[in-house]
Design a protein around this ligand. Structure first.
Ligand SMILES: Cc1cc2nc3c(=O)[nH]c(=O)nc-3n(C[C@H](O)[C@H](O)[C@H](O)COP(=O)(O)OP(=O)(O)OC[C@H]3O[C@@H](n4cnc5c(N)ncnc54)[C@H](O)[C@@H]3O)c2cc1C
Length: 296
């Protein structure tokens, strides 16, 4: 079966680390998927089993099957939330602070309707934290900057924390460690599949701010690393961890060689564990901006 992937941007997975995006593009191409960046069909005609797509260039693409990923937005427009004092943004997401509180002090919003980290475990954790705080003990909301995420492409992606681009833009002085290699198992299979790993470290505090991986089992691997990240692991902790050999994951504790420095000439920015008092997080972009403030 031949597969073509048509999308708006020059790469798939907008918002993810650029090194993951470029390597995924290469891996998908190697897997036989034809990438068509910047090619959003202007017209779709046909019936099940025989679709014709018209591309911006005027060319047509005939395919038997078509999957359209439309995106989504919070379904609040008809609720007239503003009439009771609950603010929403341009995508109709409910605006909340870091405690999930809306502009109406006794109204809270959790999960996708706030359009921040749109993931099932995040919605559950946010709801549990709000309920605990209102009816039980005072607990903090989950730290959305340390949420591990998996993308189940082939090969899959596992990621924790901001992209290198986002951290660089925040002014943080970073050390970047990378590994890009062919896993041992493919030395025997002859397959060209590679594995890419990256650690982004705050130079002032030595804390690991982000982990990015493209390769087999990446979501499984970063889930475990997320525990260490939540506990505030530093690069020294990674270096002091004994490797499990032979595994792919051991590369994360064997990255001794600094690959590059970011913002090295600029004023050092250390990581604060304090959260800003009242940050309005009403879109993915604003959430990322708030994340930057955490690191400045
Ligand atoms: C295709 C797809 C794949 C996904 N894969 C993953 C994944 O692999 N891992 C992961 O963690 N997350 C995944 N997600 C995201 C995950 O589904 C959401 O983050 C999660 O469901 C959010 O939970 P929620 O309770 O906030 O919202 P929802 O689960 O969307 O629940 C909202 C509910 O409110 C109802 N509703 C909507 N509007 C109104 C209204 N105006 N009035 C009354 N009721 C209303 C809806 O019918 C729905 O029942 C995926 C999402 C999609 C769309």
């Amino acid at each position: 079966m031949r597969v073509a992937l048509l999308y708006r941007d020059r790469l798939t997975l907008r918002g993810f680390d650029e090194d993951l995006r470029t390597r995924l593009a290469a891996a998908l191409a190697q897997g036989g998927i034809a990438a068509k960046p910047g090619q959003v069909p202007t017209r779709v005609e046909g019936n099940a089993g025989a679709w014709r797509l018209t591309l911006p260039s005027g060319d047509t693409l005939d395919v038997p099957w078509l999957l359209n990923a439309t995106g989504r937005r919070p379904n609040t427009a008809s609720l007239a939330l503003d009439t009771v004092g609950i603010s929403t943004d341009s995508k109709h997401a409910v605006i909340v602070d870091l405690m999930c509180q809306t502009a109406l002090p006794h109204a809270y919003a959790i999960g996708d309707v706030t359009n921040r980290k749109n993931l099932t475990p995040v919605a559950i954790a946010e709801g549990r934290a709000v309920a605990d705080r209102l009816f039980g003990q005072p607990v903090a909301q989950p730290d959305l900057d340390r949420v591990a995420t998996g993308v189940f492409t082939l090969p899959p992606i596992g990621t924790i924390g901001p992209s290198e681009h986002e951290l660089a833009a925040s002014g943080a002085k970073l050390r970047v460690y990378e590994a890009d290699f062919k896993p041992m198992r493919h030395a025997f299979t002859g397959r060209g599949e590679r594995c890419y790993m990256k650690l982004l470290v705050d130079d002032a505090s030595d804390r690991v701010l982000a982990v990015h991986m493209l390769g087999a089992d990446a979501p499984e691997i970063v889930q475990s690393l997320a525990v260490a990240m939540t506990a505030g692991a530093t690069k020294a902790h990674f270096d002091a961890t004994i490797a499990v050999h032979p595994t792919v994951a051991e590369e994360f504790v064997l990255m001794r060689t600094l690959k590059r420095r970011v913002n090295w000439r600029k004023r050092s920015a250390s990581v604060s564990t304090r959260r800003p008092a009242a940050v309005q997080l009403n879109s993915q972009r604003e959430h990322r901006r708030a994340a930057h403030r955490l690191f400045s």
